[in-house]
Design a binder for this molecule. Sequence first.
Ligand code: H2B
Length: 97
Amino acid sequence: MTTVPQLSDQDRDRLLADHPGWELAREGAAITRTFQFGDFSEAWGFMSRVALLADSQDHHPEWFNVYAKVEITLTTHDAGGLSIRDSKMARAIDDLL
Ligand code: H2B
């Protein structure tokens, strides 16, 4: 397992400011965002694109789906909290919308 540095408080605050919709979870160790789509097909299409992105970046989301709703939580297990990998993934996910 690689050791990845955690984001500084300043970088974490910038991440939240740059990505409205994402909020802190797990006492600052993760960020989470809920996405609402029109139906299951749209939600699943989005999840498919996120999955490909995640595998290409070797950074995988924790997520929950019910019909048209997708909840994504990002954290870096190798860092024990938030890292630059989560910032990049949040940006890439937002760019899919
Ligand atoms: N995803 C997430 N969210 N955190 C990690 O630390 C992580 C990962 N590490 N995907 C990667 C895979 C690591 O286990 C592999 C071996 O590169």
